[in-house]
Ligand binder design. Structure first.
Ligand SMILES: Cc1cc2nc3c(=O)[nH]c(=O)nc-3n(C[C@H](O)[C@H](O)[C@H](O)COP(=O)(O)OP(=O)(O)OC[C@H]3O[C@@H](n4cnc5c(N)ncnc54)[C@H](O)[C@@H]3O)c2cc1C
Length: 583
């Protein structure tokens, strides 16, 4: 099973849909393409071959040390030596400062090739970004260059048995000890929380200073190195941090998910005391976007495997074709349906993720309105792209028929690996609640209204074109946009008096917002593809396919919008009517 980096689509979306060349980011499209080509080679040649190995031979805990799957430590060494961990890092600390758009595209490639491996740099990069923003000068000089380079890694340590979605229930406690703290407590589910691929690990831990307020207001963020670091930067003795156990998981076997205990561990505060959740949110926001991108990568891998299988598996004579021969299943209309839906949803999710990454670049450039748009997009990317990964992986299994249910085919791994993506980094239910309560209701719909305005402009662009392949997209976009507008108005008006009904509608609302935003991005992609075709530029086969996937998305997915609106407005009563005892 191989993985080919989807360079054509990434380059097209970066160039034509999310407008990388329009921003002053210090890099041109030739350089972008070159970086993507090299990364695609590394992903395909080094990471992808280890994907199955890691599934079959997961890491083992051996006397407190986690021995990673065969080949992983060497691949990680090459990843770091190639400078891939440093792409998005701050140049002041050894990073390349590449745009978030390009960094996101790279994240997709690592995850498409080997999602379990890719989680390690994904979290380290988030830790580095948080430290760059909130760390003291001393922390930045001692820790940041290593986290940026990746020779040290940075697990994110939030979850405790009683504190999952509700981080306010965290009990890990820090007692002041001179300038520093002694941290005591236990964390579970810590991804790459212990391993043998790097010289040191810098745990980013959410805990509570002894005596601080209960709930999330009393949380602080701490940095806890596995090995103490002297003021001269030289590694000292082991800190009181231990891995007790590795969790046995449905998927992502190669990524060690660790139970960690801190037993009076030396800890340093990051950022202001009692501001831990706000500080951690910068790490979580970046990680949420990256997990959405992970979903896109996984979906691409599943799509590629399903497509390749559909080309090879001969079964039956498809109706309506002028041949008496049995043909590959690719020719059956129902298999086409599955492949086209997977492909158009995947391309739409990729455009959505890169639009969010572009917004993150625009935030850095100080563009007005960008922070609110980014906040709005993050839950959409995280939830829609990861739900999509599970659904596309499931469809990919269906395309394999019975062979899909057999582990040897490899497609089952995609499904198992994808299944956690809607769960971790804030469950998709939490993303939906965040979207409604924080991103929609709190600003009275201002950010959503700005988005709806932009969608309107693209709708007008479509209707002004004579080309049938563009005009055909307009009705579904108009209908979807109107449904999103009405649903948003209803939720904002209903929330103060009946918040439970609104929260019961949060997940369908997230899906509605995501498919309309995706429909808008696919329409922008179609407009660009049409313009390129008209100017006889680019690869005509790719561009024509883009027009068709945009149409498929409009006709098969965007049309769900009115149904979702009805669910949002009318569905809450039945969900909440039973008393708890009746379940
Ligand atoms: C493979 C894996 C890797 C992980 N990696 C990390 C890591 O690196 N670092 C880390 O800190 N954690 C990590 N986690 C933990 C992960 O983030 C949590 O599992 C997740 O946040 C959900 O918490 P929970 O499991 O306690 O579920 P719960 O919070 O108990 O949720 C159970 C269900 O209730 C719903 N629910 C809960 N509260 C609400 C609410 N307020 N509104 C609506 N619905 C709600 C949830 O959506 C979910 O469906 C990992 C987990 C796994 C499985």
């Amino acid at each position: 099973v191989t993985y080919q980096a989807p360079l054509d689509d990434l380059v097209f979306v970066l160039r034509h849909v999310v407008g990388l060349p329009d921003l002053d980011l210090g890099i041109d499209m030739d350089e972008v393409e070159q970086v993507l080509r090299e990364a695609g080679r590394f992903a395909g040649e080094v990471l992808a071959p280890l994907n199955r190995v890691g599934d079959l031979e997961p890491p083992l805990l051996d006397n407190g040390v986690v021995r990673t799957s065969p080949g992983f430590a060497d691949a990680y060494r090459r990843f770091v030596a190639g400078g891939w961990n440093a792409v998005s890092g701050d140049p002041e600390h050894g990073g390349n400062g590449l745009p978030d758009m390009l960094a996101s595209a790279l994240t997709e490639l690592w995850n498409g090739a080997n999602a379990a491996f890719a989680l390690c740099p994904l979290l380290t990069q988030s830790a580095a970004a948080t430290l760059a923003r909130y760390g003291s000068e001393r922390q930045k000089s001692l820790y940041l260059p290593h986290l940026v380079a990746g020779d040290w890694t940075g697990p994110m340590c939030l979850t405790e048995p009683q504190a999952g979605s509700d981080l306010g229930a965290i009990r890990t406690t820090a007692r002041p000890d001179g300038e520093y703290f002694r941290l005591t407590g236990g964390k579970i589910f810590i991804t790459w929380g212990e391993h043998d691929m790097a010289e040191n690990l810098v745990h980013m831990v959410l805990g509570r200073i002894a005596g601080a307020a209960d709930g999330s207001a009393g949380l602080s963020l701490f940095l806890v190195p596995k090995h103490r670091v002297g003021e001269d930067g030289v590694l000292g003795g082991a800190n009181a941090v231990r891995c007790l156990r590795l969790e046995h998981k449905l998927g992502l076997h190669a990524s060690p998910t660790a139970e960690i205990t801190y037993d009076g561990a030396h800890a340093e505060l990051v950022g202001a005391p009692h501001r831990g959740l706000a500080t951690m949110f910068s790490m979580m926001n970046q990680a949420r976007l990256a997990i959405g991108v992970q979903g896109v990568g996984l979906a691409e891998r599943a799509y590629q495997q399903a497509r390749d299988y559909a080309r090879l598996r001969v079964q039956g004579r498809p109706v309506g074709l002028a041949t008496d021969e049995s043909l590959p299943i690719l020719h059956h209309p129902d298999v086409r349906r599955m492949l086209m839906l997977a492909r158009s949803r995947l391309e739409a999710a990729r455009a959505l993720a890169l639009e969010a990454a572009a917004m993150s670049d625009r935030v850095r450039l100080g563009e007005e309105g960008a922070p609110a748009r980014l906040d709005l997009l993050i839950p959409l990317v995280k939830a829609y792209a990861t739900d999509g990964a599970v659904e596309i992986a499931s469809t990919a299994i269906q395309i394999h028929g019975g062979a899909g249910f057999i582990e040897e085919t490899g497609i089952a791994q995609c499904y198992r690996d994808a299944r956690v993506m809607p769960i971790y980094e804030g469950t998709n239910g939490i993303q939906a609640a965040d979207l409604v309560a924080r991103k929609l209701v709190r600003d009275g719909g201002a950010a959503m209204t700005a988005l709806l305005r932009d969608i309107n402009r693209t709708h007008a662009d479509l209707t002004e074109r004579a080309a049938a392949e563009l005009r055909v997209l307009a009705p579904a976009l108009r209908t979807g946009r109107a449904a999103l507008e009405r649903a948003s108005t209803w939720l904002i008006a209903t929330y103060p008096g009946d918040p439970r009904r609104v929260l019961a509608a949060a997940s369908p609302y997230l899906r509605l917002a995501a498919i309309v935003t995706c429909g808008w991005l696919m329409a922008r992609a179609a407009l660009a593809a049409h313009a390129e075709l008209a100017a006889a530029r680019g690869d005509a086969r790719f561009l024509r396919a883009k027009l068709i996937t945009a149409r498929c998305f409009a006709e098969h997915v965007l049309v769900e919008a009115e149904m979702l609106e009805s669910v949002i407005r009318n569905g809450g009563t039945s969900l909440l009517a039973l008393d708890a005892e009746s379940f």
